[in-house]
Every structure is written in structure tokens, then in C-alpha cells.
Design a protein around this ligand. Structure first.
Ligand SMILES: Cc1cc2nc3c(=O)[nH]c(=O)nc-3n(C[C@H](O)[C@H](O)[C@H](O)COP(=O)(O)OP(=O)(O)OC[C@H]3O[C@@H](n4cnc5c(N)ncnc54)[C@H](O)[C@@H]3O)c2cc1C
Length: 68
């Protein structure tokens, strides 16, 4: 690999973060490479934003629905 690192993790989404953390916890020197945003898609435009956008519309629809 190199004199400086034991492992290189490419991509710092949730998967890369877990991989890097486990390698570090195991005593390895780890380099990480990310081409866009640390955290991957989940925090920026997938899991969290989608729930923030979708849930209020669902709650509004449920509140307007007549009781069965
Ligand atoms: C709309 C939407 C809603 C979602 N909601 C949920 C949810 O509620 N719960 C849930 O568990 N999951 C949800 N997901 C899925 C979740 O976002 C993914 O499962 C998760 O982000 C995958 O993580 P990952 O690390 O594998 O990939 P990613 O998050 O895609 O991260 C990969 C990273 O690698 C980088 N990368 C890629 N290629 C290279 C390269 N050659 N060099 C350097 N960096 C590179 C990218 O820039 C990116 O940052 C949702 C997805 C979407 C699209």
C-alpha cells in the first residue's frame, strides 16, 4: 500500500464512514478519498432531505382526510 497508510477508503458515504471507522478502531492508518461531499448522498439529498420534504405533505393529506 504505502509507508504512510494501511488502507485507503474511496467514498465517504455511510458505507465508507463505517469502513474507515472500523479500520481506524482496528489500529490501521487510513486515508479517505471523497470526490464530492463527506457523508455521501444520505445527509444531503437522499434519506434526510427526502423525509423532510415528503413527511409534511403526507401529514397534511392525512389531516384533511375525512374520518372513515
Ligand atoms: C431519495 C432517497 C431516500 C433514501 N432514504 C433512505 C432512508 O430513509 N434510510 C436509509 O437507510 N437509506 C435511504 N436511502 C439510501 C441511502 O442514501 C444509501 O443507502 C446510502 O447513502 C448508501 O451509502 P453508500 O456509502 O453506499 O453510498 P453513497 O452515500 O452514495 O456514498 C458514496 C460516496 O462515494 C463517493 N464516490 C463515488 N465514487 C468515487 C470516486 N471514484 N472517488 C471518490 N469518491 C467517490 C461519492 O461522492 C459519495 O460521497 C435513500 C436514498 C435515496 C436516493
Amino acid at each position: 500500500m504505502s509507508d504512510r497508510f494501511d488502507a485507503i477508503v474511496i467514498g465517504m458515504g455511510p458505507g465508507g464512514e463505517v469502513a474507515a471507522t472500523r479500520l481506524i478502531d482496528g489500529g490501521m492508518k487510513v486515508a479517505v478519498i471523497e470526490r464530492e461531499l463527506i457523508g455521501g448522498e444520505c445527509g444531503y439529498w437522499a434519506c434526510i432531505p427526502s423525509k423532510t420534504l415528503i413527511r409534511p405533505a403526507e401529514a397534511r393529506w392525512e389531516a384533511r382526510r375525512p374520518p372513515e
